[in-house]
Design a protein around this ligand. Structure first.
Ligand code: NAD
Length: 316
């Protein structure tokens, strides 16, 4: 039978790509509820979805920051039956913390972390009753390891990961699957918006050294990192569908094999110094070596594009 899938944040990026991939499945295995906060932003999705709209795809309003909006959306689905939930909606925030307001930070936590909590409070009880369901969360490699000037964003994804690690034990008892998808950099609106906000940031609240570090090291390398390591929203959608179709889906799935050496450092040193020292050296002592290694990765990527295209690290 057709599986029902609810995806959040489908007006752009990964959510949009995944909704289209699943709705256009040749075997019509999925009925997709593609949701978004603001229905006025549905044009790109509608255009890409073509004649799947009204068939394998339905567009619904859902704001992960509003319990009421979640309730209304879930109640409008026949028998409230959601077989697969993809918690994708999210936002970024970069820069020195002294230049960010507490409200901006709370907004990130409210969207990225409490957004997931609100969804599960509404959807998990039904899945537990039915003893079936798969919860997929688009987390990030920053849910495993923090990165310079991404303090609050990383904290929001760490919160997601801690929450899911705890919940996964209960989920197992109810025969539910729970998977964290952990992309590295992905070329979407997210990355563009975060960069533009960074460029516009009022840095007067910080000292000169920090401002210089943010502008001349972080922002300067930002585009290059995305160009070199960046995957497309389609890549992430493809990985996610593989995980959804897997017989025994893993708890964690990193999508970018080029990024894995960085996250592996965390597990290699129980003291936790190895990843921090390595990032420090990359950023502050080896700026040139860093650029050179990015160029080298570019060359490797170009030479063996095929093997990198689906270079996930899980055994899928
Ligand atoms: P995106 O900005 O294109 O998509 C995010 C979507 O979430 C947008 O459509 C936005 O409107 C929506 N959204 C924001 N607040 C919402 C709310 N309150 N309710 C409902 N929807 C809301 O960016 P993306 O890269 O496709 O991001 C999707 C997910 O992937 C996010 O959780 C992000 O943290 C994660 N991620 C992105 C990257 C990257 O580099 N782009 C890397 C790792 C993880």
């Amino acid at each position: 039978a057709q599986k029902t899938v609810l995806i959040t944040g489908c007006s752009s990026g990964i959510g949009l790509a995944l909704a289209i991939k699943m709705a256009t499945d040749e075997q019509k295995r999925f009925k997709v509820y593609a949701t978004m906060r603001n229905l006025a932003k549905k044009d790109n999705l509608v255009e890409a979805a073509g004649n799947t709209v009204g068939n394998t795809l339905e567009i619904k309003q859902l704001d992960v920051c509003s319990e009421e909006s979640i309730k209304m959306c879930v109640s409008s689905i026949p028998n409230r039956k959601i077989d697969i939930l993809v918690s994708n909606a999210g936002m970024g925030l970069i820069g020195p913390i002294e230049c960010q307001t507490i409200e901006e930070m709370q907004n990130v936590m409210d969207t990225n972390f409490f957004g997931l909590v609100r969804l599960l409070k509404e959807i998990l009880p039904d899945m537990k009753k039915r003893k079936s369901g798969h919860i997929i969360i688009i987390s990030s490699v920053m849910g495993i390891q923090g990165i310079l000037f991404n303090d609050v964003y990383a904290a929001s994804k760490f919160a997601v990961e801690g929450f899911c690690e705890s919940l996964a034990i209960q989920a197992l008892k109810f025969k539910l699957n729970l998977t964290l998808i952990e992309p590295g950099p992905v070329l979407t609106e997210f990355e563009k918006k975060v960069f533009e906000d960074g460029m516009k940031m009022d840095l007067s609240a910080t000292d000169e050294e920090t401002a210089d570090m943010f502008v001349n090291i972080y922002l300067k390398n930002y585009k290059q990192i995305f160009e070199t390591l960046g995957q497309t929203a389609d890549d992430i959608a493809e990985h996610t569908v593989k995980i959804i179709l897997a017989e025994n889906p893993p708890f964690r799935h990193q999508t970018n094999a080029l990024y894995t050496p960085m996250t592996t450092l965390k597990y290699a040193d129980p003291n936790g110094d190895l990843p921090i020292d390595t990032f420090y050296k990359m950023v502050f002592q080896h700026d040139k070596i860093f650029s050179a290694s990015l160029n080298f990765i570019k060359l490797l990527r170009w030479k063996s594009k095929k093997s990198f295209d689906l270079g996930g690290t899980s055994s899928q």
